[in-house]
Ligand binder design. Structure first.
Ligand SMILES: *Cc1c(COP(=O)(O)O)cnc(C)c1O
Length: 339
């Protein structure tokens, strides 16, 4: 096998040895199969291709200090995929099949599980889509569930550095009563206009406001938003935010650290009152934010004026990463050891 420079790996796709597939037909899931092909045969009329009947998850496996193979809160990813499935009328993948496939995707690719201390991890991508043929708009009768793995490097290669965010107001990723709360590819397609606009203007990611009034903070690209002030971790509630497992975990750790947690609509003007703000999700855990700029009006909100992440964001980041790699005690039972 080629030598991988683990700490230089980007967040991207890289071929691994094996992936896992199971098929739903006549009301039942097939026995998971291990494949060494990166390709699948898909019916030309599959609903996943035409009507966006598709959902996915993103999670990671970590190599601990003592060599153990660690999964973080996989049952939360399984439950969220089941919710996504119900949201767009797909067959649900039960917990036992989800776990069997995820476990096999890790154990079949141990050569690609980055060593402890490199900051890298094995990213896992469970994918569920309608693979049965339909031409009218209705749920498919058949589904495919795939889990593939790909090694990813540390998100912050030069340290935990603040990012720049651009507020977008001329496109929306999700409607108030739409599919924003489930992890479907269609939301990502809808977000590309904002993502590309932010990139074109020199920002790392777009910030979306609520679609109806453009008054409240929704999400940052494909990550949740949080702000910290007065010893309180504040994160928006909204009918179009995807509930992040990282955010849910940070709320617990914030309480462990003695902070209060407040979940409520967050008006965009409130940005000027926060001591620290960040984006959170599996890829980075926390991306501390140094600047948020309204791309229409040019109004700026600045943070981390010394160029460094704030103390609470840093503490939360280290705590969560410590639990994932096994440097901190797993007091909330979030880790499953695979071997
Ligand atoms: C996946 C995702 C997140 C992050 O969720 P995690 O479970 O923390 O990885 C946040 N927002 C959107 C829109 C997402 O799709």
């Amino acid at each position: 096998m080629e030598n991988i420079e683990w700490s230089k790996l980007p967040f991207g796709y890289r071929k691994t040895s094996k992936n896992v597939r199971t098929f739903f037909k006549n009301g039942a899931w097939s026995k998971p199969e291990i494949s060494d092909s990166e390709y699948i045969n898909v019916h030309i009329a599959a609903t996943g291709m035409h009507y966006g009947q598709q959902a996915f998850e993103g999670m990671k496996a970590y190599r601990g200090k003592n060599g153990d193979i660690r999964l973080f809160r996989w049952d939360e990813n399984a439950a969220r995929l089941q919710r996504s499935a119900r949201g767009i009328f797909m067959a649900e993948v039960p917990n036992d099949i989800f776990f069997e496939c995820v476990k096999a995707a890790v154990l079949e690719n141990l050569d690609f599980l980055p060593p402890y201390g490199t900051g890298a991890s094995l990213y896992l991508r469970p994918l569920l889509f309608g693979s049965g043929a339909e031409v009218g708009v209705k749920p498919a009768a058949e589904y495919t569930f795939i889990v593939f793995a790909t090694p990813v490097g540390p998100y912050f290669k030069e340290g935990f550095n603040p990012v720049k965010i651009g507020i977008v107001k001329d496109s929306d990723r999700a409607a108030p009563l739409g599919t924003g709360t489930i992890k479907v590819g269609g939301n990502y397609a809808a977000s590309l206009r904002g993502v590309m606009k932010a990139h074109d203007h020199g920002f790392g990611s777009p910030m979306y406001l609520d679609a109806k009034e453009k008054r409240y903070i929704d999400e940052i690209g494909a990550a949740n938003f949080f702000g910290i002030k007065d010893n309180t971790y504040i994160t928006p509630s909204s009918s179009s935010i995807l509930p992040s497992i990282t955010n849910k975990s940070l709320q617990v750790l914030a309480e462990d650290l003695g902070m209060k947690v407040d979940i409520r609509p967050v008006p965009v003007e409130e940005l000027s009152t926060f001591e620290e703000v960040g984006a959170c999700g599996t890829a980075a855990i926390i991306a501390p934010i140094g600047l948020i700029e309204d791309m229409e009006t040019g109004q700026k909100y600045e943070f981390c004026k010394d160029g460094k992440a704030g103390k609470w964001s840093t503490a939360l980041y280290q705590k969560l990463m410590g639990i994932q790699y096994g440097d901190e005690l797993d007091t909330h039972n979030w880790i499953t050891i695979l071997g």
